[in-house]
Design a protein around this ligand. Structure first.
Ligand SMILES: CC(C)(COP(=O)(O)OP(=O)(O)OC[C@H]1O[C@@H](n2cnc3c(N)ncnc32)[C@H](O)[C@@H]1OP(=O)(O)O)[C@@H](O)C(=O)NCCC(=O)NCCS
Length: 258
């Protein structure tokens, strides 16, 4: 699996756009998938997406996505004019001063996952998620969405910067986290889940506190993550742990022949 793909740009006085073909999602869905990574409109009356739509055509892209800060309505309205549809609002829980956060050891073990752990962690990933954009978009195959999280776990194990942790109690694997160390002491949580077999028994709070205790011990100073606004269980969890929320973003999807 390659994580690289050539970045494309469209730079005019009216519109700046950066985008690429997403190799991992293309593999999972079995058709070419693209993502817009940057979009800025300077002149709404003159912004034209047609060159980008031509690129989608040439590359046979069937699914394209774009995530925008919630205030970027000129951009979302232009996307909608070209057939993109709103699928979700995402929130960014953030903990600004981890070193001052009062978290204690919860009696759980946090360890880097080994090859022998992958099958069990993939099994959790394939069944734990249901609120994210690929599950929520009714035009997409839910089995492919499940596969996406399964494959992400496997890829994170060999990824150059992401780390895959298992969280265990005794012999039980109760949760996993995919994390990435970023500049300024930030630890970013990409994927986090309690095994469905352990839901609703207080493990969420214990696991999250254990991870905060773990990262504090590593000297990290901030925690950041992204959740779907419709994911009320995890939203309540972050609220109960006293996280704050950064400005939300919206995600739009374009599907060929939708
Ligand atoms: C969110 C998740 C971690 C909660 O785990 P859990 O072990 O069931 O949670 P707990 O029993 O410890 O509950 C912790 C808090 O979560 C919230 N919560 C859990 N289930 C909830 C539900 N069904 N509805 C609303 N809030 C809920 C509550 O605030 C709860 O605390 P409270 O009961 O004191 O109010 C778990 O559902 C999960 O792993 N979900 C799938 C993965 C996921 O969505 N990850 C986040 C995005 S990457």
């Amino acid at each position: 699996m390659t994580f690289d793909s050539p970045r494309q740009r469209l730079d005019t006085d009216a519109l700046t756009l950066a985008y690429f073909r997403v190799p991992w999602d293309s593999d999972i869905f079995g058709f070419p998938v693209a993502q817009i990574t940057e979009m800025q409109i300077a002149q709404p009356a003159h912004a034209d997406l047609a060159p980008f739509m031509d690129w989608l055509e040439r590359e046979h892209i069937r699914l394209a996505s774009c995530r925008l800060t919630e205030s970027r309505l000129d951009e979302s309205m232009l996307l909608e004019r070209f057939g993109f549809r709103f699928v979700e609002m995402v929130l960014h829980p953030h903990l600004a001063d981890l070193q001052a956060y009062p978290c204690t050891h919860q009696g759980l073990r946090v360890e880097l996952a080994e090859v022998a752990d992958l099958t069990a962690i993939e099994e959790i990933a394939a069944h734990a998620f249901g609120y994210e954009r690929f599950h929520a978009d009714p035009r997409l195959d839910r089995a492919a969405a499940d596969r996406r999280y399964r494959v992400w776990v496997r890829n994170s194990h060999v990824h150059p910067t992401q780390k895959l942790y298992k969280i265990c109690e005794g012999a039980d694997l109760v949760a996993f986290f995919v994390t990435e160390d970023k500049p300024d002491g930030l630890c970013y949580w990409h994927l986090t889940a309690v095994s469905p077999a352990f839901h609703g028994r207080g493990y969420g709070k214990r696991v999250w506190r254990e991870m905060l205790h773990f990262h504090r011990g590593e000297g990290r100073t901030q925690i950041g993550t992204t959740i779907a606004a419709r994911n009320t269980p995890v939203l309540n969890l972050y609220a109960s742990l006293n996280f704050r929320f950064l400005p939300p973003e919206m995600t739009l999807h374009w599907l060929r022949n939708a």
